[in-house]
Design a protein around this ligand. Structure first.
Ligand SMILES: [Zn+2]
Length: 649
């Protein structure tokens, strides 16, 4: 509902009820003009139903799915308010910088706002992504699910458009003159049905000169599509094998979750080397951004093989079911993120599992990548002072961040910690029920409550999760979760891997998946010496992190140094690896010459353990739950099963 004047005398409130009702029913009209997207500018014309008097409008601050106050208010420019064509003064709120105060003159029922947004990411000469927080302006301090809004999107002439917004139910389009008129722009206009500010924020738009929309698993109801825009025309034309795997993904998600909470689902995919990466969940779509060749063959896609499965899973876990305190009625209210180890952690687990079940990666690749992730967590000394829960509570200040000493700080570890935790729970249920039940039974209960629905948010707190787990397997789940999440655990939870029939070990060469990813990476990564020397070092020798209390830490190395020479030889990845090999079985330390800020320094690393890389090995004679978990639940599309040699380069 639209905020009424706060200075209106109480006695007058009753008289305004009819007007309030009108205001409630008339939607905001927003025209998002992306016709200048290649110039890094978006524009909006917004007509907002108002009452005379002071009005406070806001742009979104806490962005759902980001879990942070990342609303792009600093990029919102050119703000002009008019009423009946006359410009009105405005003043930003002194405390909440996302809010604008305007006084609406008597007799005015529509306030017009123009604004521009400077957009430098997810936009190129050939494609653009609109996340609506870049252009939204609406009454502040009002539940966003109660504010109706009707969108138009203008895109550069001839560009295709992909979105979960519903164009079909609004064939009449914009009612010109009712409240405002869309501006003339040199592009193509697309009209969408009225929705709410909450739902509009949840429905991004992609547009591009090279656009394809592919239906997926056409026999499945409701409908699923992947909408693709790319900088190069050939990239937008996805491979048949990939489309078959994504069809499998749709069927596998149906089997895993036994429900859906959308009218139709759109995977939105941008393929560009300059637009920047993204993976952001929405209820009826997901915004996925990767490099232009990422899905060009099975090997290139390995590094991002779980992206689409992860974001798709969020439609159930995160969008439909959301931690209650993470879901606020306005985008101005801070989100409380302590349960992200469910929201993101279980999604991390299921995203990887569904990717393997769908053929987006193979079962051996799944195991290799799980080894990589588990080893990383098991070699993270920050866990000696910080619980997994604390990484979730502090999520909004942990994202991104400098890699320097990141292993001591910890990052958003609730993703990968959650993956190990839910694998632990899954294998525990399987073991105790003789593989008759699994986490799938829990997912059917927890994510399917209320049956199939349209886009909807059903909040929960932890006791409901524990109760649902107990329905599948009576167990002390409260203690199980508390021990692993709230307590300090110096070692990672490897019980799920062990119970799954495997063991985490270290071998002297990178596992197959790691090798494939390194070989197909666009930018050559540095050598992986984290589990040997305890260093993260670039291809050029720049140290980004030093493992706390590891060999390099003992030698007093630090982030920001650059290795100039190793054992008398100019630095290269190979030179560093041969120095590690040479020191194995020798008493001589590894000699380094370093650039330390503007000085040259020397260091000796007294390490003799050789190269070490994580891998999983099968423990014979134990149940192989891990491979049961990643086996498909549905019949795979035959087109997903073979990799033609031409694509297997
Ligand atoms: Zn996620």
């Amino acid at each position: 509902m639209v905020k009424r004047s706060s200075v209106l005398p109480l006695a007058l409130l009753a008289l305004t009820s009819a007007a309030a009702l009108y205001a409630q029913q008339v939607p905001i009209r927003i025209t998002a003009d992306l016709s200048e997207a290649p110039r890094k500018l978006y524009h909006a014309e917004i007509d907002i139903p108002v009452q005379p008097g002071p009005v406070t409008l806001t742009t979104p601050k806490w962005i759902p799915g980001n879990h942070r106050p990342t609303g792009p208010v600093s990029d919102i420019t050119g703000v002009v308010f008019t009423a009946n064509g006359k410009q009105l003064p405005w003043r930003r709120d002194d405390v909440n910088l996302y809010q604008f105060h305007v006084t609406v003159p008597q007799g005015i029922t529509t306030l017009h706002a123009h604004l521009d947004c400077i957009v430098t990411a997810r936009v190129t000469q050939k494609l653009a992504v609109l996340e609506w927080e870049k252009l939204l302006l609406y009454p502040a301090n009002t539940s966003v699910k109660d504010i109706p809004i009707e969108p138009i999107v203008i895109v550069p002439k001839g560009w295709g458009i992909g979105t979960a917004l519903n164009a079909e139910s609004h064939p009449a389009g914009w009612v010109v003159g009712q409240i405002g008129t869309p501006p003339a722009a040199p592009g193509d206009s697309h009209y969408y049905a009225a929705t709410t500010v909450e739902q509009l924020e949840d429905a991004p738009v992609i547009t591009g000169a090279y656009f394809h929309e592919f239906p997926l698993a056409p026999e499945v109801t409701p409908k699923h599509y992947i909408d693709v825009v790319a900088d190069q025309p050939e990239d937008a034309n996805l491979r048949p094998q990939l489309l078959a795997e994504l069809g499998n993904l749709v069927r596998e998600a149906g089997a895993a979750y036994d429900s859906h909470h959308y009218h139709a689902y759109h995977f939105l995919l941008t393929l560009s080397d300059v637009a920047g990466g993204e993976g952001l969940e929405h209820g009826q779509s997901s915004d996925n951004g990767v490099g232009e060749k990422t899905f060009s063959d099975q090997k290139h896609q390995l590094a991002e093989s779980d992206l689409l499965a992860h974001e798709f899973t969020h439609s159930w876990n995160g969008k439909y079911r959301r931690p209650a305190r993470l879901y606020q009625s306005t985008f101005e209210t801070p989100e409380q993120t302590d349960l992200l180890w469910i929201y993101e952690g279980m999604t991390q687990y299921m995203g990887n599992v569904l990717a393997a079940r769908s053929g987006l990666k193979s079962q051996p690749e799944y195991r290799d990548l799980l080894a990589t992730s588990a080893a990383n967590l098991d070699n993270k000394p920050g866990r000696e002072w910080r619980s997994t829960e604390d990484t979730a509570i502090a999520a909004s200040v942990l994202r991104g961040g400098d890699p320097a000493w990141a292993n001591w700080r910890r990052g958003q570890d609730y993703y990968q910690e959650g993956e190990l935790l839910w694998l632990d729970a899954d294998t525990l249920i399987r073991q105790r029920t003789n593989n008759k039940k699994s986490l799938t039974d829990f997912l059917h209960i927890f994510l399917g409550k209320g049956g199939n629905t349209g886009p909807l948010i059903v909040p929960y707190e932890l006791p409901e999760v524990i109760a649902d787990l107990n329905q599948v397997l009576p167990y002390d789940w409260a203690i199980f979760l508390h021990d692993r999440i709230d307590n300090i655990n110096p070692r990672a939870d490897l019980d799920g891997i062990t119970r799954g029939g495997y063991k985490l070990i270290y071998i002297d060469k990178p596992n197959q998946a790691e090798t494939t990813i390194v070989k197909n990476a666009k930018n050559q990564p540095g050598p992986n010496v984290w589990y040997s020397l305890g260093l993260r070092v670039s291809h050029e020798g720049v140290i980004s992190d030093v493992r706390w209390e590891g060999p390099a830490d003992t030698a007093k190395l630090h982030p920001g140094q650059k290795i100039i020479a190793v054992d008398g030889v100019i630095f290269s990845s190979d030179a560093l690896k041969s120095a590690i090999d040479k020191a194995k079985g020798s008493k001589e330390p590894i000699h380094l010459i370093l650039q330390s800020d503007t000085f040259v320094t020397l260091a000796d690393i007294d390490y003799h353990g050789g190269e070490r890389y994580p891998a999983l090995v099968r423990v014979d004679g134990t149940p192989d739950y891990l491979d049961d978990i990643t086996a498909p639940l549905t019949k795979p599309d035959p087109a997903s099963l073979s990799v033609p040699a031409s694509e297997s380069k």
